[in-house]
Structure formats: structure tokens, C-alpha cells
Design a binder for this molecule. Structure first.
Ligand SMILES: *Cc1c(COP(=O)(O)O)cnc(C)c1O
Length: 402
């Protein structure tokens, strides 16, 4: 009986939490339907401002103004302009972020750039052993190019892994599988104490939680814009190089866009000052401007409010999972303490692939990572507490019918 009452109360609790949600009006800024979309940690939902803006970019800026748009429509300066728009979301002052190229390419630029700033006697590049594969692959190549070797370290042991041989480290802020949040301030300080530089990968934290790049003295960082920043499929990534390191940043991809005087067409390379030094070639304008329009949803949104709602959502989802599912059918691998949790919940579950297919067929979209992990991303601008409750309820139905 008391169990029954408890179960009945969760939809009611969801309704109350949604009523009190200070971000609830933001849902109207997105194109949503009646599915519960919990895959915004892979591809963010479409912001409603994007289609109209894209129609204008294509028909007017490209169709009519053509080449004039590089100056008249601000195309040429868009990588830095949009970088400055992302900056407050990750705690960076203007002039340190440039947008362009994929995350993978920016990991390469940042890590080789960091390694080139280190003394040659420092012969190791430290990476977190649980990293998203592309970061590990690129670290291997960066190490070979700069005459170093990669040392893969479990994130729990990173703090003591930095030493006199560490040239640079590449660390994920949030683990893409488990949703574990790593200690950015503490690990950055530990690396600095050892005389090493750290490149932070913000793919699963930018737009999900406060990062505090400047406040914590982060050296370099890269991040994705098609996840929590809703920039659209394949939207360009961003690169942060701290202002005082910019003069020492020696890009391994010094394309003409990063030249001090790109239209001087000089045969001799001279790096631009500041954030443009991180550019490579001609920016991908259509994706770039879709991202710019997508970023409008962040106007007046404090990232702290996003973090508060994110934690409330993941707490509530876990509460519903515990209430609705038979004990032992799933196991959360996402840390319980808020200080160690990003904005997703990962549940280990038998037949995870088939379970996720069944969830998607019933209108609850998450994803799964082999071999046995269900991932549910919580994007506070458009996911509601009712969504969290429904996702857990449908998961319980799917699991009980298997
Ligand atoms: C999503 C993600 C990427 C994606 O890299 P792309 O070059 O955009 O394909 C890279 N690293 C991490 C940690 C990610 O989560």
C-alpha cells in the first residue's frame, strides 16, 4: 500500500517540480514533439530560431550578397565572434575562444600546441584512460609528432600522475560513458604544481554546467557545440587558449586563416595574435551560422541555473528508476555525489541495445554504448521533470515485459 502511494506520487511530484522550474519557458525556444528526448548529450534538439536564420543565410547572404557577405554579413569574423558568445558559458573572458573544425581537429591543435610549449625533457603526454576514443588516438599521434610517449592513467589516479616528465595532459571534464565529472580545478592545480599544462575536453560539460576556465587557470580547452550547445549535426567545435599563452601557441595546422595578414598572401608564415591563431582554413559558414542562431537560446540564462536543474533532473530520474524498476535489473554507473556528476545518467543493463530500441519505439530516446550501458542525457533547457518520470516509467515497462 505505502509503495503504491509512493508510485502514484511521482507524476504529481514531477508536475510540481515543473511548475517551480525557472527554465521551463525555454522549452518554447526549441522544436519539440511528444517524444522524450534524452539524447541531447549526442545531438542537441533544434532551436526554433535556426530554420528562419538559415533560410536568410542561404537566400540572402549567399544567394544575393554572395562574396560580399564575407565582410558585409560578418562571415569572416564569425569564428571569433561566436567564440565570444560561447565564452561566458564556460567562464572565459572574450578574445580566447575561436570556433571552427571538428573537436578531433581541435584536440590535435591544442595538444600539439601544449606539448610544444613544454620543455623537451618532459617526454610524456598523460591522457585519461577512459577517454572518448578520438582523444586517445589523437594523443598518440601528437606524442609521436612531438617526440613523446602517451601515458594512459585512470582518472582517479591522475592527481598523482603528473610529474617532472609530464609535458601536457589531455583530460575529459565529464566522462562520455559514465557521466562522471572530473575535478577540473584540482587536477589543473596538480598539473601546474608539476610544471605541466592541461588541455581540457569540455564536450560533455559546455552548456551543461559551469566550467570556470579563467577562474581555474585552465591552459587550453576544446569543446563540442552539437551536444549541449545545440549547434546542429557536425557544427564546428571550439578552441580556448588562455590569453597569456596565446603568444606561445604554435599551431600544428597554421593555415592561411591564422596568418597575421591572410590577404597579404605572403609565402612566409607569420601567426596572428590572439584567438585567430587557432584558425586553420575557410570557416564552414553554414554550420557556423546555424550555431550562432542556436546560441540565442542562452540569452539571459545563467549557467548556474542550468546546473541546478540538471542535478535536480538526474536526481529525480534516479529516484523514479529506483521506485519503478525491480531491484537489481539496472545498475547506475553515474556517481551519486553531485560534485562527481555531469548531466547524464548511465545505467548498466542486460541487453542494453535491445532495451534502448524498445524505449525508442515507445517514444523515449536515449542511446546505448556497447556492451551494456544505457545513456540518458538531461538537457535542462528543454527536458522536463515529466519527461524524466515518463522515461523511467517506460523503462520499467520495457524491462518488465522482457
Ligand atoms: C563528442 C566527442 C567528441 C567528438 O569529436 P568529433 O571530432 O566532433 O567527432 C570528441 N571527444 C569527446 C570527449 C566527445 O564527447
Amino acid at each position: 500500500m505505502s509503495d503504491h502511494v509512493h508510485l502514484m506520487n511521482l507524476p504529481e511530484k514531477a508536475r510540481k517540480l515543473d511548475e517551480a522550474d525557472v527554465l521551463r519557458a525555454k522549452r518554447a525556444d526549441f522544436v519539440l514533439d511528444d517524444t522524450v528526448y534524452l539524447d541531447g548529450n549526442s545531438l542537441g534538439a533544434l532551436p526554433a530560431a535556426v530554420p528562419g536564420r538559415m533560410a536568410d543565410v542561404v537566400a540572402r547572404e549567399w544567394g544575393r550578397l554572395r562574396i560580399r557577405s564575407w565582410t558585409e554579413s560578418g562571415w569572416w569574423t564569425s569564428p571569433e565572434r561566436i567564440g565570444d558568445r560561447i565564452a561566458p558559458l564556460v567562464g572565459a573572458a572574450p578574445g580566447q575562444i575561436v570556433v571552427g573544425d571538428s573537436t578531433s581537429v581541435n584536440v590535435f591543435k591544442a595538444l600539439v600546441g601544449a606539448a610544444r610549449m613544454a620543455h623537451a625533457e618532459r617526454d610524456e603526454i598523460v591522457v585519461d584512460a577512459t577517454t572518448f576514443p578520438t582523444d586517445g588516438y589523437i594523443a598518440e599521434s601528437a606524442a609521436r609528432m612531438t617526440g613523446r610517449r602517451v601515458v594512459a592513467v585512470d582518472p582517479s589516479e591522475l592527481r598523482t600522475a603528473f610529474g617532472p616528465r609530464t609535458a601536457a595532459a589531455l583530460v575529459n571534464h565529464v566522462d562520455y560513458r559514465s557521466g562522471r565529472l572530473h575535478d577540473l580545478p584540482g587536477l589543473t592545480a596538480a598539473a601546474h604544481a608539476a610544471g605541466a599544462l592541461v588541455v581540457w575536453d569540455l564536450c560533455h560539460s559546455a552548456g551543461a554546467l559551469p566550467v570556470g576556465l579563467d577562474a581555474h587557470g585552465v591552459d587550453l580547452a576544446v569543446g563540442c557545440t552539437y551536444k549541449y550547445l545545440n549547434g546542429g549535426p557536425g557544427s564546428p567545435a571550439f578552441l580556448y587558449v588562455r590569453e597569456d599563452l596565446q603568444p606561445r601557441f604554435d599551431s600544428p595546422l597554421p593555415g592561411w586563416n591564422s596568418h597575421r595578414d591572410p590577404f597579404g598572401m605572403s609565402p612566409r608564415y607569420e601567426a596572428a595574435d590572439g584567438a585567430p591563431r587557432g584558425r586553420v582554413g575557410t570557416p564552414d559558414i553554414l554550420s557556423m551560422l546555424a550555431l550562432e542562431a542556436a546560441l540565442e537560446v542562452w540569452d539571459e540564462v545563467p549557467i548556474e541555473a542550468v546546473r541546478d536543474k540538471s542535478l535536480a533532473l538526474t536526481d529525480f530520474f534516479l529516484e523514479c528508476v529506483t521506485a519503478y524498476l525491480p531491484a537489481g535489473r539496472v545498475e547506475s554507473i553515474t556517481p551519486v555525489p553531485h560534485a562527481e556528476r555531469g548531466s547524464q545518467v548511465a545505467l548498466r543493463c542486460a541487453d542494453a541495445g535491445e532495451v534502448m530500441d524498445a524505449l525508442i519505439a515507445r517514444g523515449v530516446v536515449g542511446d546505448y554504448r556497447r556492451p551494456d550501458v544505457l545513456r540518458f542525457g538531461f538537457t535542462p533547457l528543454y527536458v522536463s521533470f515529466a519527461d524524466a518520470e515518463r522515461a523511467a516509467r517506460v523503462l520499467a515497462e520495457v524491462i518488465s515485459t522482457r
